[in-house]
Unconditional design. Sequence first.
Length: 179
Amino acid sequence: MSRIGRKPVALPKGVQVGVQGQQVEVKGPKGRLELSVHELCSVQVSDGQVTVARSGEHRAAKALHGLTRALVANMVRGVTEGFERRLEIQGIGYRVQLAGRVLTFNLGYSHPIVFPLPEGVTAEVEKQTLILLRGIDKYLVGQTAARMRALRPPDSYKGKGVRYTDEVVRKKAGKTGAK
């Protein structure tokens, strides 16, 4: 049996979970999230805990068991604490500006890049080279951060570009001078 799928998800104060068929809805102080659960899994709420069960012992059901439990746990954490992701920009002249719900990146291209934020994600620009993304949906926050990083991934020679603050970029040795 899945070790992760077996663990119940504890519900903190102020969080309500509703299950209607294969739809799971989690409401909390920061908002509400919905999830459509695969038919091989089922979700039950009892005694302040959410448990996930699977229908059989075949491979797909085992894989979806742990996944479903992790998604529900992320939803509960999202509506109570929320998720955040930090990005930093390195490079001379590289910067970002926030205007309303639109980020404008200057990343060494001939034009500025306009990046509208999706609904459910908020951004703060600390200095001009640090971005803090916040939201209740872990997937949406992570996907938005990945799309920002993809605008100018870190260069392996100089380290210039957009990166996560906890990311370590391994630099390559450049060419040595010809003799």
